[in-house]
Design a protein around this ligand. Structure first.
Ligand code: GTP
Ligand code: MG
Length: 229
């Protein structure tokens, strides 16, 4: 697989711990580092092209809805937020849904601590594709309890709905993950999905650190078994 210069640059940023391109930094993010940095939670947006991953991200970051569709390669964002009274930083990697970029997804997924797996309720193909995204994430992270939300976007287009609510709920129940419907246009549940995912990531980190200290012996983490074919 060959990567072009901008893909290599993006991968380098991820491996360096999510250093941001100044264009994408939230205001104030370039200021001097405080003595102790707030906890960083790394979220990855995944899903087919055109489902609204960028629109959700931009609505969360800047409170604006982008009408135009400009396919993403990969963009990263960072913002300080208050999560249940604690200041934390969220790092969002908005990935490409378009198939042209499928080959580099593994590298992006590796850096994620939690995933928002987005489809459009108006497009059954994008719902089908969530199955593949889920499998790829589980394969790369090797952890079937990785923090993960299934997100049905474009809820404002209810009259064009083509993915039945029951099917969405059933899939989420089978995966044992939450299902939430959002609208990047009206902002419905936009904060909710990012904050709920951060709560899952935070809870995972605290379980992991207790496990490291011997309190919980990997109770919640269920590693996937490696099948020898
Ligand atoms: N009505 C409505 N339109 C939306 C919503 N979310 C996104 N869109 C529109 O859908 C189109 C695609 O949105 P994007 O956010 O660019 O899609 P994406 O998932 O980032 O696509 P890729 O970058 O190619 O993976 C744009 O024209 C958006 O304005 C939504 O909640 N409601
Ligand atoms: Mg995009």
């Amino acid at each position: 697989m060959e990567l072009n210069v901008s893909e290599l640059f993006m991968l380098r940023k991820i491996y360096m711990g999510g250093m941001m391109c100044p264009r994408l930094l939230a205001p104030g993010a370039m200021s001097k580092k405080p003595a102790t940095q707030p906890t960083l939670h790394k979220v990855i947006m995944v899903g087919s092209g055109g489902v609204g991953k960028s629109a959700l991200t931009l609505q969360f970051m800047y409170d604006e809805f982008v009408e135009d569709y400009e396919p993403t390669k990969a963009d990263s964002y960072r913002k300080k937020v208050v999560l249940d009274g604690e200041e934390v930083q969220i790092d969002i990697l908005d990935t490409a849904g378009q198939e042209d970029y499928a080959a580099i997804r593994d590298n992006y997924f590796r850096s994620g601590e939690g995933f928002l797996c987005v489809f459009s309720i108006t497009e059954p193909e994008s719902f089908d594709a969530t199955q593949e995204f889920r499998e790829q994430i589980l394969r790369v992270k090797n952890d079937e309890n990785i923090p993960f939300l299934l997100v049905g976007n474009k809820s404002d287009l209810g009259d064009k709905r083509r993915v039945p609510l029951d099917a969405c709920r059933e899939r989420a129940a089978a995966w044992r993950v939450p299902y939430v419907e959002t609208s990047a246009k009206t902002r419905e549940n936009v904060d909710k999905v990012f904050f709920d995912l951060m709560r899952e990531i935070r809870s995972r980190k605290s379980d992991d650190s207790r496990a490291t200290n011997g309190d919980v012996k990997g109770k919640r983490r269920r590693r996937m078994k490696c099948a020898i074919l």
